[in-house]
Structure formats: C-alpha cells, structure tokens
Ligand binder design. Structure first.
Ligand code: BGC
Ligand code: NOJ
Length: 812
C-alpha cells in the first residue's frame, strides 16, 4: 500500500494522508541551523549541535506519536478550529497534502472552505526557519479567521532540559516586542545566544507561557487560547516558555492572506552576556527579520535554496530505463547523503540528539557519499575527524559537533575506526586531485602541539591494525569493530546490563576477520595513495602487509564455504559452521571479497553464493544466520536482541551494500543489482504499510526473516546505508569511479540492460557518458571514445577546461 507518490520533476515526495504508517520526516537546513519536520509539522530545531544548542523542545517516545512538539499552526473560525497539517488539533480535513522536497516541506490542509498552505524552509546562509503561510477563503461568504502560531522553547541543552526540572522550572525568560517573541533564558549570565519567533504583521495577541496558552491540564490538540479564539498575552516567568502569535485574518470569498513567520537563532559576542544585564542585543534578529520581511523575499529565499540543490544534484545524473533507479540515484540517495554527512547519527526520529555526536567511523563513511557534492566541506570534516585521533592511531569514537572535541563518555578502542579515515581521505583525493590535504598539520586529540601531517595520521591508522594483531595474526577486535554489538572483550554477566562493564582478560585474543578484510581493501588503497605521492617504500611496506593479511585470512579466516567472522576471547570461531547459531555473518564476506581475498581460487564466489543461500530474503540480506535464540554471554550485546532484529539477523541495510560491491568486484552485475533493489526505498514504496518508514530514504534496519515483524523498517535517515548504497550503485554497479588521474568507467550491470547515460561533473569538467551494452554482458569495457577519439583503457582523463565532454563506452 502507498501513502503518497514521487513527484520527480519537483524532486518531492508527496504524502497524501497525515496518518502515514509512522511519521515521515524531512530535514531543513544543511549548514549550521537544522530542523527535523514531520508530515504534520512535528519535530524541532537546533544550531549545530542537537544536544547543546536545542532551540525548540521535543518529547521523544511521546504518546500520541509525533505530538512531542513542533511548529504548530491553528486556524480559528468562529468557534471551530483546526490545524492545516492535521496535527496537533487532529480535526478532520477536507483535503491534506505534504510535499517533502530538497530542504523544504510544504503542508496544505483545507477545512470549512479555508485552505492553508505552509512552506517551511531554512534559507541558505541563514540561522533560522522561514514559514510562509498562505490562507485562502475558498467559500462563498466572508470569513473572520484567526491564525495562531505555536512553538515551545527548549532551554538550550536538550539533555539538561529533559532532566533538571528543579532548576529549569525557574529559569525561563522571554521578552515580547511588537510581533517578535524572544527566548532569552540565561542570557545575562551563561549565554551569548537567544532565539526569536516573529511574524511580519501586527498581532492580535501573543502567549509566551505554555501553561497560559494550553491550560494546566490541556494538550496541543486543544489549547485553551485557541479554543477561546483569544491569546492571553502571557509573559513567561520560569516554567515552560513558548511562543505563540495570533493574527486576525478577514477574507472575502476568493481572497488570500500571506504571512511570513521566522524562527531564528542569534549569537552575539561573548562579552555581551556579561554586559547585557538581560537586555538582548536585538540587532541581528532585526536584520534576519528584515531579510525575509515579505512573501516575495521568502519566495526568493526558497528559489535560491532550490537552485543550490539543483547544482549539487547536477554532479551525478543518471538516465536509465528504470524510473525508480533514476529517482534513487539522482534525488533521494544523494539528498540522504547530505543529511547523514551533516548530522552523523545524532538527531532523527530514532536518535534523540543527546546521546551521540559525530561518529569517527560513521562520519568518515558519510564522506564517501557526499564528497562529490561539496568537497571543501568534506575536507574540513576530514581534518576535524583526524584531529580527534590519538597518537596510537586509535580514535575517540565520537566528538561533539559544537566543540569538535572527542567525547570521553563514549570511549574508544573500536579497532575498525582508524581504517575508515584512510578510506575517506582516499575518496577525497580521488575526487578532487587535492593532495595538499595530506600535508595539513593535524593535531592528535585536538592538541596542536602534537600535530603531524595528515599523511602521518593515515600511516598511524594503518599501523594501528598491524600493531594490534592477535594469536592468528588477525586484527584484535578491541571493544567492537563495525558491528557495535560484537563485544568480545567486554561482556557483562547479567543480560540487560551495560555491555562495557567487565573486561574478560586483556583484550589480546579476540580477533576480527572483518577488520582483516577491511585491511586488505583499505590497506591496498593506502598503498596506492603512498605510491601516488612518491612514497614507494611505504607503498611496498603496505603492500607486503596486505599480502600477508590475505594469506592469514585464507588460512585461518576461511571456514570451508565462507569467511568466518571472528575469534572470541577463548579463541573459538564465530560465524563458522562449527557454531550452533550465527554460523555465517555478512560483514567479512563483503570486505574480504572487496579486498580481493579468494578471487583466484573461486573462494570469493563461493562465499558470495553462501551469502545468497543463507542470508538472502526478499527484503534484503540478513546480517547473520541462524539468528541467535540463546544468549551467548561471551559475544556481548549481539545475542541480546530478539532473533531478526538489529545486529541479530536483522537486515542491516548498510552492510548489504558491501555485498553489492563484492558482487560487482567478481563481475556479477545481476546479483549486485538484485540486492540493490531489495532494499532501495523507491522499490519498496508499494509495501509502505509493511515497511512503515519513509519510502524515500533508507532505514538502518529492516526486521529479518526470523523476526515476528519481517519486513518492517526502523531507524530511518541517519545510517551509513546512505553513503554505501550510493557508492555501490554509482561506483560499483554503474561503475563511474573517481580515480587519481581521471574517471574510471567499470560497470557491473544486469546483462539485460541495453546501457545507460551518466552526466558526471568531475574536477570542473562535465562528462556526458553514454554506456552501451550491445552484447549484453555484465562487466567489461572494450572501447572508449572521448570527444571523438578512442582512448585506451577505461579511464577518462581529466581535461581541466571546465567544459562539457562526450564519452561513449562500449561494453563487451
Ligand atoms: C545498536 C547499534 C548502535 C549502537 C550505538 C547498539 O545498541 O544496536 O546499532 O550502533 O548501539 O552505540
Ligand atoms: C550503527 C552505528 O552508528 C555504526 O557505527 C555501527 O557500525 C552500526 N550501527 C552497526 O553496529
């Protein structure tokens, strides 16, 4: 069942009912000010950091769902009232539509012959949300309406806001000036920032105290002031400050009224907070309000935003015979990559924004799908990440986006972490040709006195693996590798307890075949990069370590029909036929094959066949099989999940992409693409009732075949799935791969494809690539013609003239 449709021309998903199977959200903002917005306008905003600079309040896991807070509008019409986005008033609407687009959301609702359309967006270079509201009288008689706005302020630190009521109920402060409501809690002592909510019209009244607006025992569905059709002009003094305007709107039949509301965030110089004595310096807010003073200004801001997205998305455009594929590649997957790049795993409808900052492993992977869009920001992020690396080559697992400091609370010692940095840097250099990044003096643990060139950080990442090998010569797993739940050194004795409590021995036994596989793939990339910058000796050293690791994998990491997953702290195999449950895991199959293990002797193919046989389902590949039904204390968190969920045999979409890449490496384009379509959201739109999360973005996990709710997705939006699936489709299946000296073309496609076209902007040139598949093969380029002349091999050389170039590629 579907609950909307794709409008590819406008690059929007159009939701046609407010009661989607789960709130279907969008993100506004892509620089410093961010918002989450659901299809009924629920959600919240923050500046840079969802924990430390939360601007509006949101209650997670709220009942009813998606009524945890939002930017809400209510229309009051002589005793009746409703919300144009259905919630929170939940009055039946005569029509409803929500269009989620690239950085904006439009919600329309009609009742009593009054249609309302609200466009929400964060303009470029603007620390605020603009809401353009259009109210139209579609009836035959005059309407005397009132429009109420409403949002609730968060007292800045979302974590504290949620816990420290004994203090927070007495700190809230606001100021109301004309049509602007300022939130200035703690402005005079601790803060140099404030927020405001304005409207570009005279107001009939306002409320800034939540209780006065809603009533002590009321709810968002029927606030007292809205029911009465009258604001109370409350000025908050402690408790819960909010911001609500009421605006009188009288409309003749056919008449329209347009308004612009702005929710803004301002930071003044730090000195201000000492000198202000609580009087806000409003200059910046006034400038922001003036910038979008009229509807024409708002329209201009929206047009600029759309223009900027057109530009970003023009860097990789696919024309294939498959509309679903086109919309995945050209619109939604790239859009999701931007969002994951910006927010890592911090703030979604499944991640509360207070638990996690920017993940070292996560953000490095996010760069892979994003670097072609804004390489400069990728460069900055790489340096931020590398600056949290430790001298040992290990890393803080996360850092707080506001401070950019490693987050001790989360800890480190995830032994896969360092390798992802190499992968991100290689992707950056291949995309841009900018080797100078390798010379950037980069601190360890943010301590500039210990800075070394980035190239040295990569060396330490590489060496971190070989300095931490276990009894078989495989990499020690540390606290966990990519699979957070495989905690072989830190299991607890009580199920349900924290899994980081007891360390069994000294962490010198449990080994990861996945990290070994990553090392063969990423280590080889490191060697080629070193070669490229003339460090042949280092390249040779890396090559020989990688070759050694391949041998170790084939000797002690091969189980007979697939790669084993790990050795536990007692030296026992995990992910082996010998095991009672969890006999095969997906991660090592993907990375070992990508790292060219078992290619010559057919073992790679054998491993991939085992993946299909044991892990395949119609909704994607499960992570392991059979699922754990028993609790295995020495494996840590993994087996605590019920069978079929999350890391215990859920369909973890992130690692499905590694199998697509591996299938492409062995040349099986049909299988690679088949796996792609099993999890790509656009192909699942028709089963939205089963899948439940947004049909335009990937979820982290879909319940696996052993789960009671097989096929149901969770944790949409913020997942490495976005980047890796973009890599799988754009670079491995469609096969357009940035390389040091040009664009390599190496597709691995289904045999029945006749071909496809890709427009790829690369280092300033635009390549119009047409790939023809006259002999219906999966892999193999036999001829390549660039601007009319045949070029040997399959790398399109960089031209560097900033012009358009035509490329024809014949497969065979
Ligand atoms: C989840 C993982 C997640 C981790 C983050 C675990 O409980 O299962 O998916 O990566 O928490 O710390
Ligand atoms: C989600 C985490 O963000 C990521 O770092 C991890 O690799 C996966 N879960 C798998 O456990």
């Amino acid at each position: 069942m579907k609950f909307g449709y794709f409008d590819d021309v406008r690059k929007e998903y159009v939701i046609t009912t407010p009661t989607t199977p789960y709130p279907w959200i969008n993100y506004l903002g892509s620089q410093e000010f961010f918002s989450l917005i659901s299809n009924t306008a629920g959600g919240y905003s923050f500046y840079k950091d969802a924990k430390l600079r939360r601007i509006t309040r949101f209650r997670y896991n709220n009942v009813p769902l998606d009524l945890g807070g939002g930017r809400y509008y209510y229309l009051y019409d002589e005793g009746d009232f409703w919300s144009p986005g259905f919630s929170p008033a939940k009055k039946e609407l005569d029509s409803y539509e929500c269009r989620h687009g690239m950085g904006y959301t439009i919600i329309k609702g009609k009742r009593n012959d009054v249609s309302t359309e609200v466009t929400f967006f964060v303009p470029m270079d603007f620390n605020g949300e603009v809401h353009k509201v259009i109210v139209k009288n579609e009836g035959e008689s005059k309407k005397n309406l009132k429009l109420f706005s409403f949002l609730e302020w968060c007292l800045w630190n979302a974590d504290d806001d949620d816990r420290n009521f004994q203090r927070n109920f007495s700190t809230g402060e606001v100021e109301v000036k004309g049509s602007v409501i300022y939130h200035k809690t703690e402005y005079k002592e601790r803060r140099n920032h404030y927020a405001f909510f304005s409207v570009n019209a005279p107001i009939a009244g306002f409320d800034s105290d939540r209780e006065s607006f809603i009533g002590t025992y009321g709810g968002f569905d029927a606030p007292k002031a809205v029911v009465a059709g009258q604001s109370t002009n409350s000025v908050a003094d402690g408790w819960s400050p909010c911001a609500s305007h009421s605006v009188e709107i009288s409309l003749e039949p056919g008449e329209t009224k347009e308004l612009v509301f702005i929710l803004g965030y301002v930071e003044n110089p730090v000195e201000d907070k000492w000198e202000s004595k609580g009087v806000i310096n409003k200059k910046k807010a006034e400038e922001m309000i003036a910038k979008y003073a009229t509807v024409a200004d708002a329209d201009k801001g929206l047009a600029e935003l759309k223009e900027s997205w057109e530009k970003l998305l023009s860097k990789y455009i696919l024309e294939s015979e498959d509309d679903k594929l086109n919309r995945q590649v050209n619109i939604w997957n790239q859009y999701q990559c931007m969002v994951t790049f910006n927010l890592s795993r911090s703030a979604s409808y499944f991640e509360s924004g207070v638990g996690r900052g920017m993940g070292f492993r996560d953000s490095n992977q996010d760069i892979l799908g994003f670097v072609h869009q804004i390489p400069d920001r990728a460069r900055e992020r790489i340096i931020d990440l590398a600056s949290t690396q430790l001298e040992s080559g290990g890393a803080y697992h996360q850092y707080q986006p506001l401070t950019k400091r490693g987050n001790d609370a989360i800890g480190g010692n995830f032994n896969d972490d360092p390798l992802w940095l190499i992968l991100a840097v290689v992707a950056y250099v291949k995309e841009t040709g900018d080797y100078s990044i390798l010379d950037v003096m980069t601190p360890f643990d943010n301590d500039m006195s210990k800075a070394t060139p980035l190239a040295d950080h990569l060396k330490r990442s590489f060496d971190h693996v070989i300095n931490n090998l276990g009894p078989h010569g495989l990499p020690l797993i540390g606290r966990a590798d990519w699979n957070d739940c495989l905690n072989l050194n830190c299991f607890s004795t009580e199920p349900g307890e924290s899994f980081q409590t007891t360390t069994s021995k000294d962490g010198k036994v449990a080994e990861s075949v996945m990290i070994a596989g990553m090392f063969t793939y990423i280590g080889e990339l490191y060697a080629r990069l070193m070669e490229k910058i003339g460090k042949q000796e280092e390249a040779d050293r890396a090559d020989s370590e990688v070759a050694k690791m391949r041998q170790v994998i084939m000797k002690d990491g091969w189980d007979g029909k697939w790669f084993i997953r790990a050795y536990d702290d007692f030296g026992k195999k995990i992910g082996s036929d010998e095991c009672e449950e969890g006999k095969i895991f997906i991660e090592s199959q993907g990375f070992c094959v990508m790292g060219s293990c078992g290619i010559e002797d057919g073992k790679a193919i054998e491993a991939l066949d085992s993946v299909e046989e044991k892990l395949g389902t119609k909704y994607g590949l499960v992570l392991n099989n059979p699922a754990f039904t028993k609790y295995v204390v020495e494996y840590g968190e993994i087996s605590t999940y019920p069978a079929g969920y999350k890391e215990n045999a859920g369909i973890f979409c992130h690692n499905n992409a590694w199998i697509m890449c591996a299938e492409a490496v062995v040349g099986r384009g049909d299988k690679a693409f088949d796996y792609y379509t099993r999890i790509a959201p656009a192909y699942l739109e028709d089963v939205s009732d089963v899948h439940r999360t947004e049909p335009y973005v990937y979820p982290q996990m879909v319940a696996g075949k052993d789960a009671k709710r097989f096929g149901e997705a969770k944790n949409s939006w913020l997942t490495g799935t976005a980047s890796w699936n973009f890599i799988a489709i754009s670079q491995f299946i469609l096969g357009i791969q940035p390389d040091y000296d040009g664009l390599m073309v190496n597709p691995a496609i289904p045999k029945d494809w006749n071909g496809f076209k890709v427009t790829r902007e690369f280092r300033g040139d635009v390549f119009k690539i047409e790939i023809q598949n006259p002999n219906h093969v999966s892999k193999g380029v036999v001829k390549m013609i660039v601007d009319g002349s045949e070029v040997a091999g399959n790398v399109i050389p960089v031209v560097g003239d900033g012009k358009e170039h035509s490329v024809t590629v014949i497969m065979g």
